[in-house]
Ligand binder design. Structure first.
Ligand code: ADQ
Length: 744
């Protein structure tokens, strides 16, 4: 569940660069704004939390140190930007060396480009220590720290060493490679342990998270679950959170900026009668620019009808030019552009327009909205914001996004045409398909893409991260345990026998029977029905099933065991033991919300084959157990966010359970029904509750401390005891039914 954004805690962001870079212009120091998704994504949070941003302000130059110091003081006072100064020699070896010559190629899965230089590792450690020291010197109790990206992978642990109670989150913007690649790094243990100093670590995709978990196992021998790993008695939350863009800003540019509209019209005029393909990248070997140019050459070679009819605009902003691999790339790209234009160009037509520089946002927006196709072909990319920017600028448009399957964005943007950028023949065919696609199909795909990019924008991303971090560091979490003792059958029986009255509250799915692939397949076996009949016939013993299922299922299966109490839909409806009729715990419920929420669930269901919508009386649920695990989880997170926005301020709540997202009234939870039932069982009573998932935790939380609360299976719990699985749970209950005959 998402925790609402709170303004109480201060946020300290730490990233390699500050949002401003100090430049010396005409003998004076000035701050130059570095644009970029990160600054935009963090801006609203920084305002809300009155936070600080710590980062490197750019190299100091000889001369005028006092002017620079003054500027840094002004930044801190005005914007909360704290400069982390790094001596130039260290900064070079840290940034161009270990960060960009070692970690960048390694984490992108280019092991042959990795440079191993022990001195640059020392510089990396040294620089990370300086960033950590800056945080430590500013941190106050209760602050949240958010560290970013591959340049600062040691920072979480370095902070934790000095401030054991710090609350630290880390986001990796670039991929995490397979463990086979990662483990070639000589400093692999240090880097993993550095990250594990955080309370919460998030990646762009589930694939990267999965790779990270494999490395934890292979390198450190640490077992982890989908969302958690434990180290030194601490729990580290793990998540996949794809970053978004500031789609509103792009929207404003293309809908209400006259300059952009004019520029777009000019571009349309200039390229009239020709299709326009746009590619925008940092000049980086991970972005697949040479591969794209070779593919374009091949396309023009094999499809002569497209000659003179299509132009590729390649914009590439120079980057990391002091790193040798980048200088070589720059040369190669210029050469390939020359080859395409030399082989196919005419006096009227230049096949590739190559701009090797940064272009401003207006120009970019005009190009994105004028282009018929965006060709986004990285060989490997954490996310790729360009793909999302193109989509944002195609509002109401019918452009086609062609996207590499190796970009994180491909996980999310399913309506794009996918390419393997290494496959030049296949990619050329896909580009031709994009150029020739009919307008209805183009528009249909773009509408769906646009909606998704808009929904998961930068602000939603940052809020989700903060929510996860708050949850991971919430004090209540300390009361959850992974190491509960196994329920001792003999002690349980003895407590049961001693009591004057007994109450048994039993969850069904996962507790009395295993979780079934399809909900309708969880029919109770005859042995279980016998067991329940035996339980309800025990003297002074009240037994209830407390289930999230619908009345239909539970009544069909258990309705004729008269003395068995039934609470369904998490307690929205109750049939007391021995009663004929059902009652609601609270009357007069308005159910009109279901008509608003159902279409949304159906829409999600349509995009994920195998998922289904369940109509309950007081709740609606979307089940995705049969959907591909990674895609299903991603979609479920999207659905939860959308629903939470839709339902904020209502009495409804969204629950993300075990492969199910459910909307129901907030009061309809197992805790409420448990509190209602236990009211009559105070002193000298035996109360037992068993359950296997998050919804049963509500029940455990509302029972007296003396109750026998038992978590079935693994997972953090507030229950007092644990039992291995449904067989164990059945065993304990069976033992109660024999205990009166055989009080050994
Ligand atoms: P980058 O590798 O920088 O980011 P990307 O996500 O594509 O890659 O972002 C590039 C940004 O720079 C875009 O906003 C784009 O508009 C802008 N840009 C590129 N070329 C430009 C040009 N010539 N002129 C002007 N602007 C230009 C890293 C990871 C990515 C991840 C992001 C965010 O490598 O995988 O998506 O961080 O987490």
């Amino acid at each position: 569940m998402l925790v609402p954004v709170s303004t109480r805690q201060r946020l300290l962001v730490v990233s390699n660069r500050l949002p401003l870079t100090a430049k010396r212009v005409s003998g004076r120091w000035r701050g130059e704004r570095s644009s970029g998704g990160l600054v935009a994504a963090m801006a609203p949070l920084m305002d809300q939390t009155d936070g600080l941003w710590l980062g490197w302000p750019g190299d100091a130059l000889p001369g005028e140190p006092s002017g620079r110091e003054r500027l840094m003081r002004e930044w801190e006072r005005k914007h909360g930007y704290v400069a982390v100064e790094i001596p130039p020699k260290i900064s070079r070896s840290f940034y161009e060396g270990y960060a960009n010559d070692t970690l960048w190629p390694l984490l992108h899965g280019f092991p042959t480009l990795v440079v191993f230089a022990p001195e640059s590792w020392h510089a990396y450690r040294d620089a990370n220590q300086r960033f950590a020291d800056a945080v430590i010197s500013r941190a106050r109790k209760g602050d949240l720290v958010w560290a970013h990206d591959y340049q600062l992978m040691l920072v979480p642990q370095l902070i934790r060493e000095r401030l054991p109670d710090a609350r630290i989150g880390f986001f990796l913007h670039i991929p995490f490679p397979s463990s086979e690649v990662f483990r070639i790094l000589p400093e692999r243990e240090d880097v993993l342990l550095g990250l594990l100093g955080a309370d919460s670590i998030a990646f762009q995709t589930h694939g990267h998270l999965h790779n990270f978990r494999r490395s934890l196992l292979q390198v450190l021998g640490l077992e982890s679950s989908m969302d958690e790993v434990q180290i030194d008695g601490r729990r580290v939350h793990l998540a996949a959170l794809p970053i978004g863009i500031q789609s509103d800003e792009w929207d404003t540019l293309i809908t209400s900026d006259a300059r952009v509209a004019r520029r777009k019209a000019e571009l349309n005029e200039r390229h009239r009668g020709r299709k326009l393909i746009i590619s925008v990248d940092r000049l980086d070997y991970t972005k697949g620019i040479p591969e794209r140019l070779r593919t374009f050459h091949r396309l023009l070679q094999s499809s002569p009808s497209w000659r003179g009819k299509v132009t590729l605009v390649q914009i590439a902003v120079p980057s990391r030019e002091r790193v040798p691999a980048y200088a070589e790339l720059r040369r190669k790209v210029s050469e390939l552009v020359g080859e395409v234009n030399g082989d196919f160009g005419t006096p009227e037509w230049q096949p590739v327009v190559y701009l090797r520089r940064s272009v401003n946002k207006d120009e970019l927006a005009a190009l994105y909205s004028a282009a018929d196709v965006a060709w986004v072909g990285p060989l490997r990319d954490g996310m790729n914001l360009v793909a999302k920017e193109y989509v944002a600028c195609q509002r109401g448009g019918d452009g086609v996004l062609v996207l590499s399957e190796f970009a994180g964005a491909a996980q999310e943007l399913g309506e794009a045409l996918r390419i393997n950028p290494y496959d030049e023949v296949g990619t050329a065919a896909t580009i031709v398909r994009a150029l020739e696609m009919d307008v209805a199909s183009r528009a249909e795909r773009m509408v769906a893409l646009h909606e998704r990019v808009h929904r998961n924008d930068a602000v939603a991303w940052a809020e989700r991260f903060m929510s996860g971090l708050r949850e991971a560091t919430a004090p209540a979490r300390a009361t959850l345990h992974r190491d509960r003792p196994t329920a001792d059958p003999l002690k349980l029986r003895s407590a049961y026998l001693k009591a004057e009255r007994r109450l048994l509250l039993l969850d069904y799915d996962g507790t009395l029977v295993p979780i079934a692939q399809r909900p309708q397949d969880a029919t109770p076996p005859p042995g279980l029905l016998d067991l329940l009949r035996d339980l309800v016939s025990l003297p002074q013993t009240t037994t209830l099933l407390v289930s999230g299922r619908s009345r239909r299922d539970i009544e069909r299966w258990f309705g004729d065991i008269r003395d068995l109490g039934l609470a369904v839909e998490h307690g929205a409806l109750l049939r007391e033991p021995g009663a004929d009729s059902w009652q609601t715990l609270r009357g007069g419920m308005d159910l009109s919300w279901q008509d608003r929420v159902r279409p949304l669930l159906q829409q999600f269901s349509a995009s994920a084959p195998g998922s289904l919508v369940e109509d309950k009386e007081y709740a609606l649920a979307w089940h995705y157990r049969l959907v591909d695990a990674e895609f299903g989880t991603w979609l479920a997170n999207e659905l939860v966010t959308t629903l939470e926005n839709l339902l904020s301020g209502t009495e409804l709540t969204v629950i993300h359970g075990n492969k199910v997202v459910e909307v129901r009234h907030a009061w309809a939870n197992k805790g409420e029904v448990a509190a209602h039932l236990v009211a009559g069982f105070r002193r000298r009573s035996f109360v037992l509750a068993m359950g296997d998932d998050r919804t049963d935790e509500d029940m455990f939380a509302r029972l007296p401390r003396t109750a026998w609360t038992i978590r079935v299976g693994t997972g953090s719990t507030s229950a007092r005891y644990r039992v291995a699985g449904f067989e164990g749970a059945n065993g304990l209950l069976r033992m109660l039914t024999t205990s009166l005959d055989d009080p050994a």
